[in-house]
Every structure is written in structure tokens, then in C-alpha cells.
Design a protein around this ligand. Structure first.
Ligand SMILES: Cc1cc2nc3c(=O)[nH]c(=O)nc-3n(C[C@H](O)[C@H](O)[C@H](O)COP(=O)(O)O)c2cc1C
Length: 372
């Protein structure tokens, strides 16, 4: 009999690649870039986690104005490409696969977040419409209210699509294996999908077809640039994070998936939040590879989605953060380290590369105590 654990350890084809198991490291922003350039410490962090079937990196801005938080990496300068080469090399040296998550924060940005030396320092973020998110953001100088963004012009929308394609090319130049387009969690693509942040009356807004069109255009442009078999896309239907409202979200996401279907992307990544009941409908509507970040929390529940056929791969965020050797631990049922929340965003190697693994016990780490 195949157990849930066995099922998760069978290889699987993702686009042009063969992943050695079905356990994915979900994207996680860690705010440890040097300004916006990936560092040797980041390469070590990803290298430690290379036994994942696929690593999806932290959200990475395709342009300076796409930055959402301090010390997040970009993929739009030669220096950033040089930094990402270190990450690609470290993951490949350990036999892993790594896709960069392309994340444009849109209205979830702030004039104080853009580094002083960039041409966008002090500028307002951009969004589908001039509608501010309710809430506040950490800018590096403290918390600040979200500003009202500048609505992208029609040319600005096209330029942004082109920036995604250029960033995807830069990812490949850096030796990364592909990209994941971030259309989840209230950032720019999700803002276009929503009914509250997108108030446009042109072809990029209005009805379902209008609201999905920006995400489809980005996916098409990125697929044309580097090949659809190196491109994944992440959605989080009905996730209210970052002040998103989605009236009629099921209709929106089923239409989106139907429109993406002909592109033959490497995978669709569904982050389940408030409507897990939609996942089986998306599974049916999508003939390609499905990566699921399930709303259920336990590792055993996560793994069972593979055996149940609910998804082809399963992604873990916080468990991968705290367990560099998560794959081995899931395989043997070994206890997991506790994630140390205060070190999630920013800081140094502590809470980043010093989580103990079977090879590196690192008993000085506060989170070394296993979860009972
Ligand atoms: C520290 C941290 C940073 C995150 N950053 C991102 C990100 O950059 N992009 C993204 O799509 N999701 C991000 N997420 C969401 C995770 O990918 C994931 O969907 C969520 O944590 C739920 O999965 P889990 O229960 O396995 O932690 C982040 C989560 C955490 C904890």
C-alpha cells in the first residue's frame, strides 16, 4: 500500500524539469538582501533547503517601483543578477531546482521603501486605480499608512507587463531555473483581479474578463520570453490580505484558470485561505501541474493531498523556514523545529541559516527545541 509519505516522494515533471519529490518550499520574504542584491548568506539559506523538489524564492521585484518592503531583492539590475547567480549555484550544487517569485507590490508600497539611490525614491507606488489599501506598512523608518497609489496609464500597464518579461529573462541569465508569477496575497496582480482595488473602466478592469486580463498578459509575456515550461503562477482566491475584496471570486478564478490553460504553464500554485472548497473546482479546470499550499496546518494533512490526488505537489512555508532538512524529517516523521517569528523579516543569520538540521545540530538556537 502506498502511504501518504511515499506518494509525496515520487518524482514529478514540472514543465521542462523533473523534481525529485513533491515537496515545495513556498515563497517567503525574508528582507535580508544587501539593499536589493542577494547575498552569500541568502545563497547559503537556499542551498540548505535544496532537498525540496522545488524552491520558490522570496518575492522579488521586477522593477524598482515594484518593491514592497525594505531589503527585498530585485531582478532588474546587473548587480542583482550577480547576486542571484550565487543562489542558483548553491541550490544546483546541492541538486535542487529553484524558481524566482516575481512580485510587484503595486499599491502595497510606500515612497519611503524605495532606496534613496533609485529613480523612484520618494515616488508614490502604482496600482490599477488611485485607491489606497486600508492599513499600514513597515517602511524601514517605522509603520506608515498605505498611500494612495498612482493609477497606471494604459502605457504604464504595458510597460509593467514588459518589466515582468525582462525580469524573467534576468532570472534565466542568473542561472535560476524559472519564475513564479505572484498573483496572490494582495499585490499588483491580485489588485487587478479584485473588485475594490481595480476601478478601471478600460479593458484592464470592469467585468471578469477585464480584471483577469493583466494577469493573463503578464503570464503570456513571461512565457513568450523564457518558455511556458519554466513559468509558474500563484493565486490566493478570496484572500482578504492587504485589503482585497473579491466579489464573485469563484467566477473570477475559474475564468482566470480557463484563460491560462492554453498557455501550458509549468504549474499553477494555489494558496488556500478562506475558500478551500474552490480548490477541487480549480483542480478540475486546470489540466496542468497543481501545487497546493493547503489551509490545513499539520504536516500529515499537507502530505495527504498528494495521495488523495487533490494536488501534484504540496508547498510548505513556515515549516521550511524552520527546518532546512524538512524533506528528510517528513520522510522519517522526525519532529520539527519551531519557527522563530521575531526573526522572520530582516536581521542576520540568526533565525535564518542557523536552524538545526540532522547534519548541523546547532544547539545554541532558541528554536532548536522540537515541537512535541
Ligand atoms: C515569513 C513569510 C514570508 C512570506 N512571503 C511570501 C512571499 O514573498 N510571497 C508569497 O507568495 N507568499 C509569502 N508568504 C506566504 C507563504 O508562502 C504561505 O502561503 C503561508 O505562509 C502559508 O503557508 P504555511 O502554512 O506553510 O506557512 C510568506 C509567509 C511567511 C511566513
Amino acid at each position: 500500500m502506498t502511504t501518504a509519505t511515499d506518494a509525496a516522494f515520487t518524482p514529478v515533471t514540472i514543465g521542462r524539469y523533473r523534481a525529485r519529490n513533491r515537496i515545495v518550499m513556498a515563497p517567503m520574504t525574508r528582507n535580508r538582501a544587501n539593499d536589493t542584491v542577494p547575498t552569500p548568506l541568502m545563497a547559503q539559506y537556499y542551498g540548505q533547503r535544496a532537498s525540496a523538489g522545488l524552491i520558490i524564492t522570496e518575492g522579488t521585484q521586477p522593477s524598482a517601483i515594484g518593491q514592497g518592503y525594505p531589503a527585498t531583492p530585485g531582478l532588474h539590475t546587473a548587480e542583482q543578477v550577480g547576486g542571484w547567480k550565487l543562489v542558483a549555484d548553491a541550490v544546483h550544487a546541492a541538486g535542487g531546482l529553484v524558481f524566482a517569485q516575481l512580485m510587484h507590490a503595486g499599491r502595497i508600497g510606500h515612497p519611503d521603501v524605495y532606496p534613496e539611490h533609485t529613480e523612484v525614491a520618494g515616488a508614490l507606488p502604482v496600482g490599477p486605480s488611485a485607491v489606497a489599501a486600508t492599513g499600514s506598512v513597515f517602511t524601514g523608518r517605522g509603520m506608515a499608512e498605505f498611500p494612495t497609489p498612482r493609477a497606471l496609464s494604459a502605457d504604464g500597464v504595458q510597460d509593467t507587463v514588459a518589466e515582468f518579461a525582462a525580469a524573467a529573462r534576468a532570472a534565466i541569465d542568473a542561472g535560476l531555473d524559472g519564475v513564479e508569477i505572484h498573483a496572490a496575497n494582495g499585490y499588483l496582480l491580485h489588485q487587478f483581479l479584485s473588485t475594490n482595488a481595480n476601478r478601471r473602466t478600460d479593458t484592464w478592469g470592469g467585468d471578469v474578463a477585464g480584471r483577469i486580463s493583466f494577469t493573463v498578459a503578464v503570464a503570456q509575456a513571461v512565457a513568450d520570453e523564457i518558455g511556458a515550461d519554466r513559468v509558474g503562477l500563484r493565486i490566493s482566491p478570496a484572500n482578504p490580505f492587504n485589503d482585497i475584496v473579491e466579489d464573485g471570486h469563484r467566477e473570477t478564478y475559474l475564468a482566470l484558470v480557463a484563460a491560462l490553460e492554453p498557455l501550458a504553464l509549468a504549474y499553477l500554485h494555489v494558496a488556500e485561505t478562506t475558500d478551500p472548497g474552490l480548490t477541487p473546482l480549480l483542480r478540475k479546470a486546470w489540466s496542468g501541474v497543481l501545487v497546493l499550499n493547503p489551509a490545513e496546518q499539520t504536516a500529515a494533512e499537507h502530505l495527504s493531498v498528494i495521495q488523495d490526488g487533490a494536488a501534484d505537489l504540496v508547498s510548505f512555508a513556515t515549516k521550511f523556514l524552520a527546518n532546512p532538512d524538512l524533506v528528510a524529517r517528513l520522510r522519517t516523521g522526525a519532529p520539527l523545529n519551531t519557527p522563530d517569528r521575531p526573526t522572520f523579516y530582516g536581521g542576520d543569520h540568526r533565525g535564518y541559516t542557523d536552524y538545526p538540521s540532522a547534519d548541523h545540530p546547532g544547539a545554541d538556537h532558541p528554536s532548536a527545541a522540537p515541537v512535541a
